[in-house]
Design a protein around this ligand. Structure first.
Ligand SMILES: NC(=O)C1=CN([C@@H]2O[C@H](COP(=O)(O)OP(=O)(O)OC[C@H]3O[C@@H](n4cnc5c(N)ncnc54)[C@H](OP(=O)(O)O)[C@@H]3O)[C@@H](O)[C@H]2O)C=CC1
Ligand SMILES: Nc1nc(O)c(N)c(N[C@@H]2O[C@H](COP(=O)(O)O)[C@@H](O)[C@H]2O)n1
Length: 230
């Protein structure tokens, strides 16, 4: 069974994840960063797309010492399993995610990845091959389930989030809307990719909670699986 999947993102008041040159920018405030650290510390694994690794070079580590200790006291690694979705094994060998903090890393590649690149990356991370050209997300998530991963946090970016929605693989969405306007028709948004054409295909969400946070707002959405979901 695949893990429970929740997406967490921060977007500007005009719905952008970063600038048009895809430069990492601070959208949410300190309280939201603490909240993100908490939910990260509670999940089994955290996942991003290669676009986010190349743009932001995130470590995806738990930052707060007490949260790290709590995980260790519960017999878990200090950090959740860190995962990159990277069909072509483009993850730089110097990427922070491969070096900062202890814990397991998995790079999911496709069958088209260059074997020499995957061999180098396998010194730092487990390599999982799913799909021919692009990573087959559905089967990869099933594989994560066999590893005992029950909760999976997705930190972006918009291309990966789109694919997860398109394949019906998202259960919850946390959207922090920060008090800035970024603009730019080419700036990334929470669900890029191809986009839906037919309204019947739009995933429906139930608003579970809305609260003020920092100078913005945090929305917690549940993805409706059936028409009966409230
Ligand atoms: N504000 C926020 O909360 C966040 C903002 N960001 C921002 O988002 C931007 C990065 O997002 P984006 O460029 O969309 O990149 P993503 O991180 O979404 O990575 C997308 C890449 O993942 C690879 N991939 C492999 N298989 C799949 C699949 N089945 N479906 C989708 N993607 C797949 C593809 O590359 P390949 O074919 O080579 O494998 C694809 O181009 C940056 O600007 C970053 O700053 C990112 C995270 C959070
Ligand atoms: N919650 C949140 N608010 C913002 O303003 C952001 N720019 C992001 N970005 C995400 O945080 C990741 C950084 O991770 P590390 O601190 O390096 O562990 C980055 O890659 C985005 O996913 N998030």
């Amino acid at each position: 069974m695949r893990p429970h999947v929740f997406v967490n993102l921060a977007m500007s008041a005009d719905g952008k994840l970063s600038t048009k040159e895809r430069r990492q920018v601070r959208i949410s405030g300190d309280a939201d960063f603490r909240r993100v650290d908490l939910i990260k510390s509670q999940c089994d694994a955290i996942m991003v797309g290669i676009g986010t690794v190349l743009a932001d070079d995130p470590s995806l580590t738990v930052k707060d010492a007490l949260l790290k200790k709590k995980r260790a006291d519960g017999g878990r690694d200090e950090n959740p399993v860190r995962i990159v979705i990277d069909s072509g094994a483009r993850t730089p060998v110097s990427a922070d995610i491969l070096h900062k903090g202890p814990g397991t890393r998995i790079i999911a590649v496709s069958g088209s990845a260059n074997p020499e690149k995957t061999a180098v990356l396998s010194e730092y991370a487990e390599i999982a091959v799913f799909g021919d050209e692009r990573v087959d997300l559905s089967n990869f998530l099933e594989y994560l389930g066999t590893l005992g991963i029950q909760s999976l946090m997705v930190e972006g970016g918009g291309t990966l989030i789109w694919s997860l929605f398109a394949e019906g693989l998202v259960d919850e969405l946390f959207t922090c809307i920060g008090n800035v306007v970024i603009g730019g028709r080419d700036a990334p948004t929470p669900a890029d990719g191809e986009g839906y054409i037919n309204e019947a295909d739009f995933p429906s969400l139930v608003l579970k909670d809305a609260e003020r946070i920092d100078e913005g707002i945090l929305l917690h959405w549940i993805v409706k699986k059936t028409d009966d979901d409230q």
